[in-house]
Design a protein around this ligand. Structure first.
Ligand code: ADP
Ligand code: MG
Length: 565
């Protein structure tokens, strides 16, 4: 129904608004980037829905974004003829933060403005950034395909509540008017606005249109009887240009658009592939893990375009899960425009593009690991745990992945994961034929484990595996460079050639001496243990627990129990 309602923002929105206004003020011009990017998304969504229902265009198929200002009213307006919103959608999208990772985000806030503004940047600022410069925002919208009397007007001063009312709106799409705060008059200037647009939104894939600035005639008079419009951005998709024509800054700004990120990416890979299948990919590796890295329902990933038309944003079909942090676009000429998710799932074209894109990302990482180890270690800190899911998921690239993985080890003795399997192998002792590791629930537990005593004595390096994912990793990554990965806490500790004849004889003698004791311990413990053995792996501790070769490790068992299994 049409009645006017006043509603409260979700508590989180209020908090976010406060934070945003305070900590992003020094970068306030980004509000325009956010609103333009929403308008572009809305156009993309309309284009996509109209593929199956072109009545949605309502005889107005020229999608564009308008930016305008009114110096007297002190307003800046951004409007689009995209998909628009229903009343319910406005309430859901603009009054709440339904985004995943919200809780993690609020948990990390410190109250320190500099730190928090970084965090907000990572979280993504979006629509609410309008309130950095505006003390009132009016949004009018009507969804494509709905009748004119189902328009919606939403208004808020950004202080905890908003009003919403149904109105008549002949034009579909969304118009957002910012009533500028005192002192923000710099935005009531066509050149300033053009400048911001070309800085952040040049390569938005549709025209951003503004009123032409009036040119005074020879007498200095301005004729304002005719209003003319002009496109103020390049309106070409960045990825279609040749690499040589794109500056690093343009790559960085484009990344912020597609990834909803604030920071520059770590690096990118831009490829034009011609041949059997034609496509262009522009793939970015972010500098920082997003808040929802561990959320299975996360949505931002790779944007798929067909012939420069946005089709959908989907991470699963275009990147494996262990590369879910990769951002960017893939644009191909070899899929139909009306491609659906179902078609994607069984498309050979997509399989080929995906396999090649994964190779590109991995080779980019390999290059980074070789040429800029410092950058790579930054990458590893952020995304290492996710990469460790790789060998279990992506058999074809297991070897490449094995080279990319880093561990903590007894060699450095600190928790930082810097040791590659190749490093380890290069330090192996002459007669050593296995790569030894231990898994534990913490670095301290791993480092102080009694299982390491004999290795310490013999000066053999042991990898210290303490991430949750490590148990799964060692299940799929069982060999490297022809050497078996061996847990030091499992089965009979067979040091093979590392044990000399004298040691073996001494061990046998000890085992004989203590036969009686072993029998007594076995009887006492009964069903509680599978076996009792004399051990040679300890030098200081009297006893330790060992898992059988094919059993779960003690650490995995602990984790499963903690997870309620
Ligand atoms: P995000 O763009 O990351 O989703 P925003 O805060 O920028 O977050 O926007 C929130 C939501 O509001 C969008 O996802 C979209 O559903 C809706 N929205 C915002 N602006 C528009 C617009 N111009 N047209 C249609 N929907 C919009
Ligand atoms: Mg947005």
């Amino acid at each position: 129904d049409a009645h006017k309602e006043t509603m409260g923002f979700q508590t989180e929105v209020k908090q976010l608004l406060n934070l945003m206004i305070n900590s992003l003020y020094s970068n306030k011009e980004i509000f325009l980037r956010e609103l333009v990017s929403n308008a572009a998304d809305a156009a993309d969504k309309l284009r996509f829905e109209a593929l199956s229902d072109d009545k949605l265009y309502e005889d107005d198929a020229t999608l564009q974004i308008n930016v305008d200002f009114d110096a007297d009213a002190r307003t800046v307006t951004v409007s689009d003829n995209g998909i628009g919103m229903t009343r319910q959608e406005v309430i859901e999208n603009i009054g709440t933060i339904a985004r995943s990772g919200t809780k993690a985000f609020f948990g990390k806030l410190t109250g320190d403005e500099a730190k928090d503004s970084q965090l907000i940047g990572q979280f993504g600022v979006g629509f609410y950034s309008a309130f950095i410069v505006a003390d009132k925002v009016t949004l009018k919208t009507r969804r494509a395909g709905e009748s004119a009397d189902l328009g919606v007007i939403w208004e808020s001063a950004g202080e905890g509540e908003f009003t919403i009312e149904t109105i008549e709106l002949p034009k579909r799409g969304t118009e957002i008017t910012l009533h500028l705060r005192e002192g923000e008059d710099e935005f009531l200037n066509g050149w300033r606005l053009r400048n911001i647009i070309s800085k952040y939104s040049d390569h938005i894939n549709l025209p951003i249109v503004m009123r032409k600035e009036p040119v005074p005639d020879e007498e200095g008079k301005v004729d304002d009887s005719v209003i003319e419009f002009e496109t103020v951005n390049k309106a070409t998709a960045l990825w279609t240009l040749s690499k040589n024509d794109i500056s690093d800054e343009q790559y960085n700004e484009f990344y912020k658009q597609v990834a909803h990120d604030f920071e520059d990416p770590l690096t990118w890979s831009h490829n034009k592939v011609e041949g059997n299948i034609e496509y262009t990919s522009l793939l970015y590796i972010p500098s920082r893990a997003p808040f929802d890295l561990w959320d299975r329902d996360r949505m931002h990933g790779i944007k798929l375009y067909v012939k420069r038309v946005f089709i959908m944003e989907d991470s699963e079909q275009l990147m494996p899960r262990y590369l879910r942090f990769i951002r960017g676009v893939i644009d191909t000429n070899d899929l139909p425009l009306n491609v659906s998710r179902e078609i994607l799932q069984s498309s050979k074209t997509i399989d080929t593009i995906r396999a090649a894109s994964v190779k590109k990302v991995l080779s980019e990482l390999t290059k980074m690991a070789e040429n800029s180890p410092e950058q790579y270690s930054k990458f590893w800190q952020e995304f290492g745990q996710v990469i460790k899911e790789g060998p279990g998921e992506d058999f074809a690239n297991k070897e490449t992945l094995a080279k990319l993985i880093r561990f903590a080890s007894t060699e450095s003795g600190n928790a930082e994961q810097t040791v590659s399997l190749a490093d380890y192998v290069s330090r192996m002792q002459e007669k050593q034929d296995k790569i030894y590791y231990i898994t534990a629930e913490s670095f301290a537990a791993a480092k102080n484990s009694p299982h390491l005593e004999v290795f310490r004595k013999k000066g053999i390096e042991v990898l210290l595996l303490t991430d949750r994912v490590d148990e799964w990793l060692v299940n799929s990554l069982t060999d490297f460079d022809g050497k078996h990965l061996q847990s030091v806490a499992k089965g009979d500790l067979d040091l093979g050639e590392l044990e000399d004849e004298d040691e073996k004889k001494a061990h046998e003698a000890v085992e004989k001496d203590f036969e009686g004791l072993v029998e007594r311990v076995k009887t006492t413990l009964g069903d509680k243990v599978k076996e009792v053995r004399i051990t040679h792996r300890l030098t200081d501790s009297p006893a330790c627990l060992v898992a059988d070769h094919y059993d779960m490790s003690g650490n995995l068992e602990r984790m499963l129990k903690a997870a309620g299994q």
